[in-house]
Design a protein around this ligand. Structure first.
Ligand SMILES: NC(=O)c1ccc[n+]([C@@H]2O[C@H](COP(=O)([O-])OP(=O)(O)OC[C@H]3O[C@@H](n4cnc5c(N)ncnc54)[C@H](OP(=O)(O)O)[C@@H]3O)[C@@H](O)[C@H]2O)c1
Length: 219
């Protein structure tokens, strides 16, 4: 598939770009800076060549990346995600759009869920998108560092939600291209606040129990 990552130069995007390239997808790295996007794209191409992979990765401004893609990942910090989507709204038609965005605040040593007025980052982003775009909420609890180690098997669950079953099916297939992630569909986009709010809980556990590292697995 043709997959764009807005803010594709950042931490969570790296593992997604590398793993989906390994699975044969074509990647469009979006950025506020064309030069930065092209530089990161070149870096990831070199990294993958070492693994014997000939990837199709292109760097470009966020608006162009979204236009090229069938699936668009919003890999941008929470305070700028919806605003970025609004700025490039004309680039969206009927793409599947995926939000891993979680809004947290820190009080002392503790991370807390800090949702926007809409109740979740997913609902905030949905309001910024045209109605034709199909939003799926996913990947909130994947650790960026482990994701970027592409030979590492990730024995975690990815809880997703959204209002379009076809879009969720596409996200399920893309997720299963990353061994051994399992997708659990939690229902409509309204559920996203519950999934998003697990992230600060996991971050607090990871700080407390370092060097152990937790993600999500339902048994
Ligand atoms: N890191 C994780 O482990 C993790 C895990 C799950 C979910 N998430 C979620 O994924 C999203 C991205 O997280 P991240 O850790 O990858 O973030 P990040 O590395 O801090 O930033 C990602 C990219 O966002 C762009 N960006 C930064 N400031 C911006 C602004 N003012 N306006 C527009 N774009 C801006 C930058 O790209 P350019 O400079 O190239 O434009 C940057 O490379 C967040 O919403 C986070 O909640 C993260």
């Amino acid at each position: 598939m043709r997959i764009a990552l807005l803010g594709g130069t950042g931490d969570i995007a790296e593992g997604l770009v590398l793993r989906w390239s390994k699975a044969g997808h074509e990647i469009f790295i979006g950025s506020r800076s064309d030069e930065k996007a092209k530089g990161i794209a070149a870096e990831y191409i070199e990294k993958l060549k070492v693994h014997g992979i000939e990837p199709r990765i292109h760097g470009m401004p966020n608006a162009d990346a979204a236009k090229h893609a069938e699936v668009v990942i919003i890999s941008i910090p929470p305070e700028h995600a919806a605003a970025t989507v609004s700025q490039i709204r004309d680039s969206f038609t009927d793409q599947v759009v995926v939000t891993p965005v979680v809004s947290m605040k820190r009080e002392g040593k503790t991370f807390l869920f800090n949702p926007p007025a809409q109740g979740s980052s997913a609902l905030e982003i949905k309001a910024a998108l045209p109605e034709t775009a199909k939003l799926v909420s996913a990947y909130h609890n994947l650790p960026a560092k482990e994701l970027s180690e592409i030979d590492k098997t990730l024995d975690y669950d990815v809880v997703i939600c959204g209002d379009d079953d076809g879009a969720k099916e596409i996200v399920k297939k893309l997720t299963e291209d990353m061994p051994n992630l399992r997708v659990l569909d939690a229902g409509s986009l309204e559920v996203s606040s519950m999934i998003e709010s697990m992230t600060p809980l996991i971050v607090n556990l990871n700080v407390r129990y370092k060097p152990q590292h937790f993600s999500v697995k339902f048994v």
